[in-house]
Design a protein around this ligand. Structure first.
Ligand code: SF4
Length: 200
């Protein structure tokens, strides 16, 4: 697909999303959080939905969880500006940071599918249960399948813990780091054999 057409389509999609009122989450939001990063990234990270900081700034993963995610990505040689796009299952903040409801996910997921189609990542990292259940299968448990590659629409998908879970329970950091090391190894195989990562 032509990159220029892709960029126009993504901008078009972004404008649709920014004015979306398809579900009840539209009422309580300050900003829609479309997602951000390199539009030609071969790695996409997907989380649950905006929290308070994200809602206020209109950007994904900018609070404490986001700072931790950026640190993990940096240790893997990845950054939003160079080689990652970050998005969420829902684009508007659920009240009090509750998990998005099934009808909210159902309304919002087509936007994420379109983002994935247009950005066309080779590898997707799913951050937490909501991302895993929303994108792949409602019945899967993050504790059971994290660290294992899932093949989905000709893409390599790695489920791992959400950074917020690592902040609540630091003992999960070691497993998460193992998952990200697998992502770096696969990135070197599939995307860039010369990918440099400071810590793996
Ligand atoms: S969460 Fe998604 S579907 Fe609901 S209003 Fe926001 S952009 Fe639209």
């Amino acid at each position: 697909m032509c990159i220029k057409i892709n960029l126009f389509e993504i901008e078009d999609l972004k404008q649709q999303v920014l004015s979306c009122t398809k579900c009840a989450l539209a009422h309580g939001r300050t900003n829609v959080v479309f997602g951000e990063g390199n539009l030609q990234a071969k790695l996409m990270c997907i989380g649950e939905g905006p929290g308070r900081d994200e809602d206020l700034q209109g950007r994904p993963f900018v609070g404490k969880s986001g700072q931790l995610l950026d640190k993990i990505l940096a240790a893997c040689g990845f950054s939003r500006t160079e080689n990652v796009f970050i998005a969420n299952i829902v684009k508007c903040r659920p009240p009090n940071n509750r998990a998005p409801l099934p009808e909210e996910k159902a309304q919002c997921l087509p936007y994420l599918y379109k983002q994935i189609e247009l950005i066309n990542p080779t590898i997707i990292v799913l951050l937490g249960a909501t991302a895993l259940n929303g994108l792949i299968d409602e019945s899967l448990k993050i504790t059971k399948v994290r660290g294992q590659w899932i093949e989905w629409q000709n893409r390599w998908v790695m489920p791992t813990y959400h950074p917020a879970a690592l902040l609540r329970n630091p003992s999960l950091k070691a497993e998460t780091w193992e998952d990200f090391k697998k992502v770096v190894a696969q990135y070197r195989i599939l995307v860039n054999p010369n990918h440099k990562a400071p810590h793996c």
